[in-house]
Design a binder for this molecule. Sequence first.
Ligand code: ATP
Ligand code: MG
Ligand code: MG
Length: 554
Amino acid sequence: TEDKSLHFIEQIIEENITDGFPKDKLRFRFPPEPNGYLHIGHAKSICLQFGLGLRYNAPVNLRFDDTNPAKEEQEYVDAIKDDLQWLGFKWDEEHYASDYFQQLYDWAIVLINKGKAYVDSQSSEDMATQKGTPTQPGVDGPYRNRSIEENLSLFEGMKNGDFPEGTHVLRAKIDMKSTNMLMRDPLMYRILHRHHHRTGNDWKIYPMYDYAHGESDYIEQISHSICTLEFVMHRELYNWFLDQIYDNSLVRPHQYEFARLNLNYTVMSKRKLLQLVQDKVVNGWDDPRMPTISGLRRRGYTANAIRKFCDTIGVAKRENVIDVSLLEFCLREDLNKTAPRVMAVLDPIKVIITNYPEGKEESLDAENNQEDETAGFRKVPFSRELYIEREDFLEVAPAKFFRLSIGNEVRLKNAYIIKGESVVKDNEGNITEIHVSYDTDSLSGSGSEASKRKVAGTLHWVSIAHAIPAEVRVYDRLFIDEAPDSHKEKNFLDFMNQNSLEIVTGYVEPSLVSAEIDNKFQFQRLGYFNVDKDSTALKLVFNKTVGLKDAWEE
Ligand code: ATP
Ligand code: MG
Ligand code: MG
């Protein structure tokens, strides 16, 4: 009887346990290649692997799959560890595939001695031609039957740096006619005279992913090696490499595949994200518009929201595309519960309350978060001259305009009811001031009859004399196309949204003077904002994290 609340990988594990697999031998790993920053797709894999670790109380290793020195860097290793910790997960052991280079080399010699691997000395073009096509079997190359002695000596020469790059490779000797192209004598090693971020110049040959990955799982005794669907065809090879060295007193790893996360309006391959960084289309890997974990974090995403999102989409067996608005929904749900409410005006227009005494100021009580009883109240200064949002006023109100207009009343949040009286315009007819009167008895929370009066709308505002100017970075989607990297004729860079960043000067209430980097707020009626890392005591900088509702809905 299968438990429907379990996803398919959990169901497989449950079956394995029922069939006698010892629970205390369950072990998982998250295996990033340190060639870029983690993105929201990786978060999906992380939540899956670490979720299994939590469910089965089993260790989860962090393994850096660092077998390609040309693209890997220490900066990426550090960033990956930071992001994992921020997401709230603890790995058991930290490993590097490069720590296994000697063991992998020794096993390669075992394969040569068994007649299961050989050195091929042809050009890559010739090897590719011999490989055939999916519908046409490959043919054996001229070096396939080299003697074991010759193979051993050449392979040692490769290791010692005796040969230039591209002159020899080590290949597994499997079957050039296999229906699975990956089984047609795949490469195990290539010569690379490159500096490796951990092993320096020790190695002149580097193992291929397919060879290194399964054997690394075996070394670490990973029971369930979970990867994405594009590795389905690699499974046969994964098993073949294990067959050559497997000792049946140890755990034999098995590979399982799930569907990678795809998000619309987003590119997710590290190669493409690197291009955005290198071409300076964005301001670094942690640009708040990037789908990287560090970008999302800087944008104001919470780890909680990202985990909730991964949980909500579940673990699928088939490829699909998730709407990016679901990610935003999960974020809003979380911030709604936790973000203190404050007032800020991003597109100010001046309001003068003509019957409010000049020079007078009041300190009004404002509730911090109606969703959180423990959040308490703060003081907000009120005075005769205020800013409200330009779009909250129209001289002549159309039907169903629930904001301020001449002759109509609105409430100022936490304060009084005001009524539009007249406007002042400049020579071009632009409104520069709105003159209003206020109902002196209508203070919110005062308990008076007038305080309970119902008016059409409530506006946010700041007192001009007290407000703090702040830089506010307002973001929009980075791409204007739903699937920017799916076009045959065009490059994903052809679909950049030219207006993905707008910088405005806004005015925030003075309580924000003490706001610290990454503090998160709801700017009432505007959305959620956090303090950017560029913010200083002299100049507050905010990021717009997400709006209050889905602006793209209709
Ligand atoms: P990219 O294609 O973006 O370069 P990758 O798969 O090459 O990603 P790795 O560092 O090898 O990046 O990935 C580490 C782990 O994260 C792998 O197990 C991989 O399957 C998983 N992963 C990567 N992208 C996604 C995604 N979009 N959805 C789910 N899992 C992913
Ligand atoms: Mg990979
Ligand atoms: Mg990759």
